[in-house]
Design a protein around this ligand. Structure first.
Ligand SMILES: *[C@@H]1O[C@H](CO)[C@@H](O)[C@H](O)[C@H]1NC(C)=O
Ligand SMILES: *[C@@H]1O[C@H](CO)[C@@H](O)[C@H](O)[C@H]1NC(C)=O
Length: 359
């Protein structure tokens, strides 16, 4: 692991050095794009504290890299039917173009899920014995009780406290230096994301005793799959609360006086989102030209909504599927290859010329 950690970075050297991207626009998120090529001094956009942690805990950084890939995939899954779809701009050290420079609802979600994803990945690596600095939760030993009676701690309880602690130290490092309103928003959402991971810890037990009578139980705490956290944060995204910073900078004031103050579990944001209809790097919008839409849906992925009224093109595509599958005794399934044709609808580009900008 140690050598693969260092060696392949040479391949990505030109990309890293010759991209004249201002440091302020980049972020630790970019580590996800670098895979195992992490060399702490060559990751653009790490603040000093993050660089120190990177050097001190190289093995944890591999988990961070895995975590970044996972939360980006989860973000793209959650937003797959939406105009803003968590798309990554290639070669952009901030990953999402300028989107995250806006204090939008989408930014709130991305900060929350990124912080959650890192906590999750580190916790899992602890349990798998991949990290020198942590292992299964050492506090879960001896016996305890739940609604079903007493049990003994056994097996491996996910050490989510460690994952959260490391995620907080690493992910929050930039925002803890900067004391402006946006930093406060990011910190709040980062924390909400980490709490979401803990929300889905559940007790799993194995029964012992006469013919599985369950008079004796061994139990451990296990994280649910990350999708649960993604679904949960998605709900929090849809109910995110628009706030402004208090005059004295100590907390948030809710924009709509009828709504409750945000709890620690709620996501908060300052700015309304752009409509994300056209490609606009300044607004962090990839635009919806070429996006697939659903002609019969009446939801966000409908052609009307997705294409912003610009209309869509329809192409007939054929694809190969397995068909007429037969089960042969024993034990094989044989299928034929069939072609099926289907219509795919994709959003037209805007009529104005500006969208062709491919940078
Ligand atoms: C208690 O036991 C029941 C049945 O065995 C099980 O379905 C339930 O999940 C258990 N509750 C807890 C809190 O472990
Ligand atoms: C389109 O939307 C309809 C209605 O929501 C849904 O039943 C159908 O599966 C969708 N089609 C595709 C290709 O996603």
């Amino acid at each position: 692991m140690d050598s693969s950690f260092i060696l392949p970075w040479i391949a990505s050297l030109p990309l890293i050095i010759f991209c004249a991207i201002p440091q302020a626009a980049s972020s630790w998120w970019y580590m996800g794009a670098m895979g195992s090529q992490v060399m702490c001094n060559n990751v653009p956009g790490l603040v000093t504290r993050q660089r120190q942690l990177c050097q001190q805990f190289p093995d944890v950084m591999l988990s961070v890299g895995t975590g970044i890939k996972e939360w980006i995939r989860e973000c793209q899954h959650q937003f797959r039917h939406h105009r803003w779809n968590c798309k990554i701009f290639d070669r952009d050290h901030s990953l999402f173009g300028k989107a995250m420079l806006h204090s939008s609802r989408e930014a709130a979600f991305v900060y929350a899920i990124s912080s959650a994803g890192v906590a999750y990945a580190i916790t899992r690596s602890c349990s798998q014995g991949q990290l020198r600095s942590c292992s299964c939760d050492p506090k879960k030993k001896g016996s305890s009780r739940d609604n079903n009676g007493s049990f003994d701690w056994g097996g491996c309880s996910d050490n989510v406290d460690y994952g959260i602690k490391f995620s907080r130290a690493f992910v929050d490092a930039r925002e803890r230096r900067e004391k402006d309103a946006r930093a406060q928003m990011n910190l709040h959402n980062n924390k909400a994301g980490r709490k979401a991971v803990k929300h889905f810890l559940k007790l799993e037990c194995k029964c012992h005793g006469v013919s599985g009578s369950c008079t004796l139980r061994t139990c451990w705490l296990a994280m649910a799959e990350f999708r649960k956290t993604g679904d949960y944060l998605w709900k929090k995204y849809t109910t995110a609360i628009q706030v402004t910073m208090n005059q004295d900078g100590t907390g948030f004031t809710v924009a709509n006086k009828k709504l409750n103050k945000p709890s620690k579990n709620d996501l908060v944001y300052f700015d309304n989102s752009p409509d994300y209809c056209v490609r606009d790097r300044e607004a962090g919008s990839p635009g919806t030209a070429g996006r697939i839409c659903n002609r019969t849906s009446r939801d966000m992925d409908s052609c009307e909504v997705m294409c912003c009224g610009r209309g869509y093109d329809t192409t007939r595509v054929s694809r190969m599927t397995k068909c007429e599958c037969k089960f042969h005794w024993c034990c094989a399934v044989q299928c034929k290859d069939c072609y099926e044709t289907l219509d795919v609808h994709t959003c037209k580009p805007p009529k104005t010329a500006g969208w062709v900008d491919q940078t």
